[in-house]
Write a protein that binds this ligand. Structure first.
Ligand SMILES: Cc1cc2nc3c(=O)[nH]c(=O)nc-3n(C[C@H](O)[C@H](O)[C@H](O)COP(=O)(O)O)c2cc1C
Length: 359
């Protein structure tokens, strides 16, 4: 469904969530080529580093004309820096700027950024107001439900931020205390939807299938959804969800050959953007996400985690194709006992584990 975000017209209300270390230009282009996504967001970037023209920070916002519309997510606590970073992003042609208010990592929270912004409404509202006043592009806020179960501040904070001009509120339905554990709290997101009347609320968390996407819309009343890890397990999720929401029909899973073709293009883009050596090393953890849908893949993963060159990749894939044949029937389909687990039961992308203080 089409969606209006501030002054932006988006063709879809299905968004890609920021995943630090994953949602770089090659991945965004891969997702966009498959289709169905309305807005992609970069990994979080330090606002001050952007202003200081730090090379690594600017690499994180690298984009190209096919990578549109694009939101850049920034974090920081100094209102002037956040404002100036937003102005800089607008001048670079970025379509929207998102503020990270959900990051649980200690390095970000101890300086009052990320989730800690949810504990000081006055300061956070002031910061957002300054940013909104300085740019024409939409300013959005991505938050959790609150710091912990005793401090579910999202509804009040979201209302205050909408009142000072935030163009949308994106809510990951977990608290900071929860990290990534447990399941997403859709009732918590619904409470934010109920509290914010004048701007759209975007529901986020645990959407790994089109059915889960529909449930998020239905149970929260959100105007859009944002998908993170689910897009990594299945880059087709946006296209399939759009089809399912429009027709009620579930599209068949992509074939092994289709997955290989998309994975190969993804790697080619990594090599193009990061160079062969760095691109291949970064691709090690990505290849093992793709292989979750391949059926038996231990042999493939063991070699992919040592990937160094593009040529090696072709050799690994060719060898794996041959090895995998033992699990196929006469029609070249995986024998039922080797089918991978359904995506909503798939083991998660590595997330920070253990006590939050140690993240
Ligand atoms: C590896 C990883 C990196 C993440 N990086 C960011 C980030 O940079 N900014 C942010 O707002 N959220 C980040 N998140 C949170 C996701 O955007 C999202 O809110 C969360 O994973 C729940 O949605 P999902 O179940 O669809 O992944 C990250 C999550 C993971 C697993």
């Amino acid at each position: 469904m089409a969606f209006t975000l501030g002054n932006l017209q988006l063709t879809s209300n299905l968004f890609l969530s920021p995943l630090a270390g994953y949602t770089n230009l090659p991945f965004r282009l891969t997702i966009r080529e498959i289709g169905g996504v309305g807005l992609c967001t970069t990994d979080l970037v330090n606002a001050r580093s952007l202003l200081e023209r730090n090379r690594k920070a600017h690499k994180l916002i690298e984009t190209c004309p096919a990578d549109r519309p694009l939101a850049v997510q920034i974090f920081g606590t100094v209102p002037e820096e956040m404002r100036d970073a937003a102005v800089l992003l607008e001048s670079l042609g970025i379509d929207s700027v998102d503020i990270n208010m959900g990051c649980p990592v200690r390095k970000v929270c101890t300086i009052g950024g990320g989730s800690a912004m949810m504990t000081n409404h006055a300061a956070t509202t002031h910061l957002v107001k300054m940013m909104v006043a300085a740019v024409k592009i939409p300013v959005t806020c991505k938050m959790r439900l609150g710091w912990d179960d005793d401090n579910l501040t999202a509804p009040d904070l979201a209302r205050a931020l909408a009142d000072v001009g935030a163009a949308a509120i994106i809510v990951h339905g977990r608290t900071r205390q929860q990290g990534f554990s447990g399941t997403v709290n859709r009732a918590g997101i619904r409470a934010v939807v109920a509290a914010v009347k004048n701007v759209p609320v975007v529901g986020n968390g645990d959407i790994t299938t089109p059915v889960a996407a529909k449930r998020m819309f239905e149970e929260t009343g959100c105007a859009a959804i944002s998908i993170g890890r689910g897009a990594f397990y299945n880059p087709w999720i946006f296209q399939h969800t759009r089809h399912y929401l429009a027709t009620g029909e579930l599209r068949p899973d992509p074939t092994f050959d289709e997955r290989l073709a998309v994975m190969t293009r993804h790697l080619d883009r990594m090599v193009e953007v990061f160079g062969e050596s760095v691109g291949c090393r970064m691709f090690r953890k990505i290849a093992t996400q793709y292989s979750k849908c391949f059926g038996p893949s231990r042999v493939f993963n063991k070699r992919m985690v040592l990937l160094n060159t593009r040529e090696q990749f072709d050799a690994i894939v060719a060898d794996y194709r041959r090895w995998r044949e033992q699990f196929l029937d006469a029609d070249h389909r995986l024998l039922p006992q080797y089918e991978p687990r359904p995506l909503d039961e798939a083991p998660a992308i590595a997330t920070p584990q253990g006590p939050n203080e140690l993240w």
